[in-house]
Design a protein around this ligand. Sequence first.
Ligand code: WTA
Length: 684
Amino acid sequence: MSADSKAVYSPPNKVVSISHCSSMEQYRRMYEKSIQDPEGFWGEIAKSFHFEQETTGKFCDYNFDPSKGRIFIKWLEGAKTNICYNCLDRHIEAGKGDQIAFYWEGNDPADRRQLTYADILRDVCKMANVLKGYGVAKGHRVAIYMPMIPELVVAMLAVARIGAVHSIVFGGYSSESLAERMIDAQASILITSDAVWRGTKLVHLKDIADGALEICKQKDLDVKKSIVVKHLCRVTAPQSAANGVANGNPSKKTHFDDKVGWKEGRDVWWEDVMKDAKSDCHAVWMDAEDPLFMLYTSGSTGKPKGVLHTVGGYMLYSATTFKYSFDYHPGDIYFCTADIGWITGHSYVTYGPLLNGATSVLFEGVPTYPHTGRFWEIVEMCKVNKFYTAPTAIRALMKFGDEPVKKYNLSSLSVLGSVGEPINPEAWMWYYRVVGNSDVSIVDTFWQTETGGHVITPLPGATPAKPGSACYPFFGVDVALLDEEGKEISGEGEGYLVFRRPWPGIMRTVYGNHERFETTYFKKFPGYYCTGDGARRDADGYIWVTGRIDDMLNVSGHLLSTAQVESALVEHEAVAEAAAVARPHHVKGECLYCFVYLAEGFEFNPKLAAELKGKVREKIGPFATPDYLQATSVGLPKTRSGKIMRRILRKVAVGDKEFGDISTLADPSIVDVLFQSRILDGKA
Ligand code: WTA
């Protein structure tokens, strides 16, 4: 199936006829208003939320230009609200307490739960009281390291309810990564779970978390409590459990039930502490600009950045983008497959849907377990209307052909979303034709941890979509493309993707390091927020995001910095120097191709390769494992000033001999040697 990249796909009638924004003319009108009169536009939207107090200061105030002083962004200053109250109490007071908030679908299809808005509020209040009992107060950081279970949503909302700041770390990160983030955030409480099945793989979250707490202790961070959800004993283990304690013994019991690794005084079971907790707890009224959460994202120095979002602006933006990008209507069933450990899960599993009073699917498992039709089985079972996933998942499932999709009745679907990386037109077409039966709108949503919500996206009832393009800016987002000199490119062209002014959901700072925030996003082009992505604008004004233009790479939709991977590799005594680059991958989008220059006396062999891959897993997490490792005995290509030229290594990795100018290299002969011994496809 080849995709016609020039084709334009108009929204189907079933979407247009009920849409909140049902024509390009309406989109343009609303967009104009959002740019000309942000206060009028967002002020009107703010009316549907509960504010205990209205704005007392300026509606929006900011500085994007370092030469004019510190960078700052403020929305709704002085207004008082609570996002948890708006997610739960507001709907319950409107009589929606019995509505399902989440259909929880476990890793095994036998494991299912349903939670109403009232159920969640009760548990949130209990957990909020537990946290208060441990001394957690406004502004304190609480780390969360959990699987995709309802308790994760409860935990984050409980933290938000009492004005504390959640820092969720994806459950695929290693002990070291978790510890690094907890130390940076100075988190005094951790909420985790015993373990979780991901497909047939058992992940011992508590063990990993314990490892992290050990590191925290060594670095003088005193983590007072670790609250552990007892999850494993209530779910079904895979028939052919592949590893861990369940190997050959697929019973529901694990050693966690016996409290191995239990530290009295520090570790408590979630279930025990919830039992006696009171089920009412008032929401703390927060200033709109008070911190809501931090979420770490890769930084080009290798040290992750704690992206900080605040209460008011993030609330308006996550709610509004959810409503318009997915064209959400009451009664819809919505399913986002992202893990809450990433920003997509924050904004479009928890906050966006709950702020809209939506009913969603919360999925614990993986797309291919127990079979490759698992997503579609859930869509049929729950009658999902709006489905949101990543190109890497689409490509992984495309490999199995149309049959696993066609087995299910997917006629409930009307909007399909994509996020995390540019979606290749072939994957777009498969998603549209096979999953959507050519009768859906596809929304390719471009955004970042930093942007809080979608910033460039089609609207399902309005925008004629072009496969591979994120189309047009969302309301309030003022896009520009800049050339290398920082001059704006008008009309058709390609350049740096930047934004001229803030929208409510933009990050406010890097936690504990405002200077890094200024340097990373505002220094290169004063007056603009710089995304770090490149983009092209076509003759119709459509934006095509072309990918990162910094030292970042995107593996299966997860951003990694080359520096992060390199520093993991050089920790091994055998490695003198390392360089990591991206190589295109048919499923992951990009994968890691690493060059290692070995120290004296070491020889490259499969054992060392396995150790090096293990090092990256240990330092970062399994998702960052390199696909290719090439050892070099001649060194890495460097400029005379000693900077590694990754541009050349990227060429070597893909087998492209068009190196361009290599005369600035200290030793150009290295390039040929590296090229000769490059790893060909299939030889990894
Ligand atoms: C990339 C994920 C093209 C981009 C929400 C961005 C995309 C980075 C798209 C942010 C898209 C995300 N088209 N590229 N639709 N969505 N990206 O912070 O490079 O994990 O800068 O946020 O992913 O990744 P992050």
